[in-house]
Design a protein around this ligand. Structure first.
Ligand SMILES: [Zn+2]
Length: 301
């Protein structure tokens, strides 16, 4: 089984689908193997390694929880990492040349067969199994969009608890529903034909349900792609089912270009307290709001 390098750089900003695939690739490379090397630039991780050495432990499993990645070691030790915008995990054969500079290395977990290297990962902590479940970032996560046991009704219920929040921002709230990031936010609302700026409380229940089922469908489609075992990310994610690489996404980063459905130029605007870019089609996603035309800011990225 060959494992190529994979990278989570743009346009694959880590969302639930990429973390899921990362966890799956790491699990295949590492699970059941014995740790022969552990390195990190994080003093906190090294202190744990000093007290409770990683060497000699078995890697039990690797899993995704929303946008968090958990590596479970024997002896009740768990490593949680979060990629934020630019972090990534790579898998190499021992001695293989790394594809990113050594200065970007944050963590190395070596086994006789593979080594996993985390580059520019900003969040990393060890915990016990009990402790990790109590970590607020995990404990309070909403239903995980890519999980097999995803509970859509619970996700809809949690979204509906945010009546004053615009739906695009509500979808990014990991406490409401886990896994969605900025790319899938815009793609989901386009595919579901929902105005990103509509407040949750203004939307009929069916529209919230449609947003959730659409998000689930798009994300799942991106974790069951064809590169099983190879773990390459070079082909990028896709929401349109088109083979042409330039036609993979409906609206994301397509400001000013014609809507793939109706030809109207795609709009963009920074949205929410974090000023995340939202992309949408005024025509396809109109919900009868007379002020929507004034929201257009063409040509920006
Ligand atoms: Zn359109």
């Amino acid at each position: 089984m060959g494992f190529g390098i994979w990278d989570l750089g743009f346009p694959n900003m880590p969302e639930g689908d990429t973390i899921f695939r990362a966890a799956r690739a790491l699990h295949r490379a590492l699970a059941g193997r014995t740790v022969t090397r552990f390195d990190s630039v994080f003093p906190r991780l090294n202190r744990v390694d000093d007290d409770r050495p990683l060497r000699g432990r078995t890697i039990d499993r690797v899993e995704a929880r929303g946008k968090h990645l958990l590596i479970w070691f024997s002896g009740d030790l768990v490593l949680r990492t979060h990629m934020r915008m630019h972090g990534s995990w790579h898998i190499y054969r021992p001695g293989e040349r790394w594809q990113r500079p050594r200065a970007d290395m944050r963590i190395v977990i070596g086994t006789p067969e593979f080594e996993a290297v985390a580059f520019t990962v900003p969040v990393a902590e060890f915990s016990t199994g009990h402790g990790i479940e109590r970590t607020p970032a995990l404990r309070d996560l909403g239903p995980d969009l890519v999980a097999d046991d995803f509970d859509p009704a619970e996700a809809v219920r949690r979204i509906a608890l945010l009546p004053d929040v615009e739906i695009a921002d509500a979808l990014l709230d990991q406490h409401a529903v886990a896994g969605l990031g900025n790319i899938f936010k815009s793609e989901t609302l386009f595919a579901a034909r929902i105005d990103p700026f509509a407040r949750v409380g203004e939307l009929p229940r069916e529209e919230i349900e449609r947003a959730i089922t659409t998000a689930r469908r798009l994300m799942r489609a991106n974790i069951t792609a064809s590169h099983e075992g190879l773990a390459t990310y070079s082909t990028g994610r896709r929401t349109t089912r088109r083979a042409d690489p330039s036609a993979r996404l409906w609206v994301y980063r397509r400001a000013g270009r014609p809507c793939r459905r109706c030809g109207t130029p795609i709009s963009t605007k920074k949205q929410g307290k974090d000023l995340r870019s939202t992309y949408w089609c005024e025509r396809c996603q109109r919900t009868g709001d007379p002020t929507s035309a004034s929201r257009q800011v063409p040509g920006q990225d």
